[in-house]
Design a protein around this ligand. Structure first.
Ligand code: HAM
Length: 425
């Protein structure tokens, strides 16, 4: 075909929609139970929201963000993530004056000009939750527990939660100095990409996938948790203490730093171990300075997001059965005389009465209408025929059994309703 989706983007076809609906509905129901309310922010934000918020020097901003100057000279970016836009909205809409913390969730499309691959797209979708306005370690623990609950509720059985603390403005900078020293002493032994990263964003070298770099790191790279200040240590210990009795599949990963610069203290990522090739399915953490970075007052916060495409891929790889799609209940066919108008009105009436109804479109022969009825998956077909109509009646055909019953139009709805209850339909 001459026209295709842009490279790395994809259509979500009707046959996949039951998965999408199930993942969205399950997330919304969970958010409701945990006291989150929905927020929708624009898909476009001023570029600075992300270049400052997510951070210059991150791959997301430097390499992957779609941005442009509009006709009025404003620089706008397609959102590569939700968090910075949500914090912008929190500040702009005076949500600080509401009871704190404010718990917000979002579901929608994000854009990153990433290298497309398994579970990596240039337009993808996230479910996202944020707790803004508290530094309580219980918020971090609640988010981790909620992310695991979500993954389990949708059907992922084998999970691994990687957990770390990345410190604060007091303990992170001196740690980074130590890390930079360690890396510069071994710069020749790092992978090519990491040589550059060591200068631009040294923390990212820690979770490099490059075997050469990993080899160099094994020689005693300084690890963040060993350099946490007392307040960060206490915070991290409390997060772990709250989570311990839940027996979640948590592994501490002292090299976990994540790809966005705003994180402080707790960070976590969740991998579906039976589908690890799709990458991290959910990830998040605390970001106590993001509000200040966006010129607001100090506002501690934490959150997480899950990639809907990756979650669906992982579910399919685990062999989880697709959620059932809606199927029509009634197909309306017609034959002879002025029956088309009656069939048209009958279909409307049945829909108003709550039946999932398909009206034959195309005016084919009865035989081909019945073929369409079969293909539609509707268990019952109402056949409006001129002869029967003269007696105020229609035929109701049970598609599986190929049996037909003559039913008075006045009794049709109750007849259909009781028929649809039959198990072997
Ligand atoms: P993130 O780790 O960049 O975090 O993205 C979260 C999830 O989105 C990933 O675990 C993955 O499932 C999915 N994802 C990311 N990039 C892609 C892609 N190119 N294609 C498909 N799926 C992708 C964030 O975005 C943070 N804002 C999460 C957060 C919320 N932290 C605090 N609050």
């Amino acid at each position: 075909m001459p026209y295709q989706t842009p490279y790395g983007m994809h259509d979500i076809l009707p046959e996949d929609q039951p998965w999408w609906k199930f993942l969205r509905d399950t997330f919304e129901e969970l958010c409701r139970r945990y006291g989150f309310v929905r927020i929708d922010t624009p898909i476009l934000e001023y570029t600075a929201v992300f270049s400052k918020g997510v951070g210059q020097g991150t791959d997301i901003v430097d390499k992957e963000m779609y941005y442009f100057e509009d006709k009025g000279g404003d620089w706008l970016a397609l959102r590569p993530e939700f968090t910075a836009g949500i914090v912008r909205a929190y500040l702009q809409n005076g949500m600080r004056s509401r009871p704190q913390p404010v718990k917000l969730y979002s579901i929608g499309a994000l854009f990153r000009r990433d290298r497309p691959g398994a579970g990596r797209y240039r337009q993808f979708h996230q479910v996202n939750a944020e707790i803004i306005g508290t530094d309580d370690p219980a918020a971090d623990a609640e988010l981790i527990e909620m992310a695991v609950s979500y993954a389990r509720k949708i059907g992922l059985s084998s999970l691994n939660v990687l957990l770390n603390s990345t410190g604060c403005s007091a303990c992170k900078p001196p740690y980074i100095e130590k890390l930079v020293k360690f890396l510069s002493e071994r710069i020749d032994r790092l992978g090519d990409l990491d040589k550059e990263r060591a200068k631009r964003n040294p923390l990212r070298v820690l979770d490099s996938k490059d075997e050469k770099t990993q080899q160099a790191l094994r020689e005693g790279v300084p690890l963040l948790p060993d350099y946490l200040c007392d307040a960060c240590k206490k915070h991290y210990e409390e997060v772990k203490k709250l989570l311990k009795p839940l027996n979640l599949p948590i592994s501490e990963r002292p090299t976990l730093v994540r790809g966005l610069d705003y994180y402080t203290r707790t960070v976590f990522e969740i991998v579906a171990t039976k589908a690890s090739e799709v990458g991290t399915v959910l990830g998040g953490g605390r970001y106590d300075y993001l509000a200040e970075i966006l010129d607001g007052p100090a506002t501690p916060a934490a959150g997480f997001a899950g990639g809907i495409e990756r979650l669906i891929l992982a579910l399919k790889k685990e062999g989880v059965e697709a959620p059932a799609a809606d199927r029509p209940e009634i197909f309306v066919a017609y034959v002879g005389g002025e029956t088309k108008e009656t069939a048209f009105q009958l279909a409307k009436k049945l829909r108003e009465a709550g039946f999932l109804t398909i009206l034959d479109l195309g005016g084919k022969s009865l035989k081909s209408q019945l073929r369409s009825a079969d293909r539609s998956g509707a268990p019952l077909t109402v056949i409006v025929g001129a002869g029967e109509l003269a007696q105020n009646k229609v035929q109701v055909r049970c598609m599986a059994k190929s049996t037909q019953t003559l039913v008075c139009l006045d009794d049709l709805e109750s007849f259909l309703r009781s028929k649809l209850q039959e198990k072997d339909l």
